[in-house]
Design a protein around this ligand. Structure first.
Ligand SMILES: *Cc1c(COP(=O)(O)O)cnc(C)c1O
Length: 424
């Protein structure tokens, strides 16, 4: 469900014609819908509130890595969202956008000493510890700072799931979290230290998960561990359930609804008397964004292949090249006529710069505008200036208003960032 709809034959972002944004900002550009972000957050919040008896005052902590634009974060912060962060930069972004520090979770498999000290100094809600070595470093840092931050132990429940091997994180061979046995040992070690305060367990098994079964299996592991840890005399008050619920990109499997997902979590956690945390990234942001692009030309080759060459490329939207991801492509001003197969490509000098092969699309001509839907998560955050293409800008729409929330750098700005070595 989103707010990019056709009105009188033209595609709008809420009350704003996408053609207007293309005219004023140029293309390619990301365009985000405030109403969609609000709707998605609201659905999850309502589901969690409906299960307060089982989930406590559940925290919804948006996974900042999915979309770290300050205005997007501020939109969610105003709704009460927390933030799941994986670097000092993301913590700083969340704080700058108005997320209170006690709603910020610091996760990640490779936190540096400097980053952990920073997280402690700003008073994040909890640090999710991912290994024994990390726990040792954290204890040393906290001892030096004479404090005892709240931590959760990230468990690898040995249930891998996700839309692609590169976004699976909970399988045995994946680099994230510690196996159950080891996690129990870490928890006991943490409990014995005056310099960390273990409050609970965390997991995150993958992304773009379209089936509740693996998530349920993982949550059951956390619930079982909670009972065992308590029987050993340890306090467990929070369970961080991670993110990972998939979204409809169309052309793929229809994922479970947020309500069913939360209801499942409530069933598994019922009676444990813990406070749950959800860390959705894609679920909140993916369908709240499109990548707006213009057709440079249509190449009809003599062998019959038809290439739609766009001004957006893999450096702007990496998911198809990186994960073979599917994004629906829609014209902004659809023409009447038969749909024909197109290979949709960008101008970057790599074969990987292919968004889709043999995609059936309505007629398109040079200078027509198109959008890639479902581009609000893991889109702009992964953009680069490969091929010296200035960083793709971002626009936020709210009803009839819109604003550029990250401008496209000029060529001068792009070149000025690189001082010449003084011997040249
Ligand atoms: C990436 C990540 C998330 C968010 O994943 P989505 O699939 O976008 O919901 C949540 N928690 C952690 C620890 C992550 O690394």
């Amino acid at each position: 469900m989103h707010h990019f709809d056709l009105k009188d034959g033209a595609l709008y972002a809420e009350g704003v014609p996408l053609e207007l944004i293309a005219d004023e900002v140029g293309t390619p550009a990301y365009v985000y819908s405030t109403a969609t972000l609000k709707r998605h957050y609201g659905l999850l919040r309502a589901a969690a509130d409906a299960h307060r008896d089982a989930l406590g005052e559940a925290l919804i902590a948006f996974a900042v890595k999915a979309n770290s634009n300050l205005s997007v974060l501020a939109t969610l912060a105003k709704l009460g969202s927390g933030a799941d962060t994986v670097s000092e930069g993301e913590i700083r972004r969340a704080l700058a956008a108005g997320v209170p520090s006690d709603r910020i979770i610091f996760s990640g498999v490779g936190k540096t000493d400097v980053e952990m000290a920073f997280a402690i100094s700003v008073g994040v809600r909890q640090i999710n510890v991912e290994s024994g070595a990390e726990l040792d470093r954290l204890i040393a840092i906290a001892a030096m700072m004479d404090t005892s931050p709240a931590i959760a132990v990230r468990v690898n429940p040995n249930v891998g799931a996700g839309g692609h091997a590169k976004i699976t994180t909970g399988g045995k061979g994946d680099k994230f979290g510690v196996p159950v046995e080891e996690a129990m040992g870490l928890y006991a070690r943490a409990s014995a230290s005056p310099h960390v305060t273990p409050v609970g367990l965390a997991c995150h098994i993958g992304s773009q998960i379209t089936d509740l079964a693996p998530l349920e299996a993982a949550f059951k592991v956390l619930a079982e561990m909670t009972r065992t840890l308590r029987s050993q005399g340890h306090a467990v008050t929070r369970l961080d359930l991670g993110g990972g619920l998939g979204v409809p990109y169309s052309g793929g499997t229809e994922p479970p609804s947020p309500a069913d997902y939360v209801a499942m979590a409530a069933r598994v956690l019922n009676g444990l008397d813990v406070e749950a945390a959800f860390e959705p990234g894609r679920l909140l942001a993916a369908n709240a964004g499109v990548l707006l692009s213009q057709v440079i030309q249509v190449n009809e080759r003599s062998d019959g292949r038809r290439f739609l060459v766009l001004d957006a490329a893999m450096n702007d939207l990496m998911r198809p090249a990186l994960y073979d991801a599917f994004h629906d492509i829609q014209p902004v001003n659809p023409r009447v006529g038969a749909r024909l197969p197109h290979d949709v490509v960008g101008p970057v000098c790599e074969t990987g710069d292919t968004f889709a092969r043999d995609r059936e699309l309505p007629p398109l001509e040079a200078e027509d505008l198109v959008v890639f839907t479902g581009a609000g998560a893991y889109g702009a955050v992964m953009a680069s200036e490969y091929n010296s293409r200035p960083l793709v800008p971002e626009v936020l729409v709210d009803g009839d208003q819109w604003a550029v929330i990250r401008p496209r750098p000029t060529y001068e700005e792009m070149l000025d960032r690189e001082p010449f070595a003084d011997w040249l």
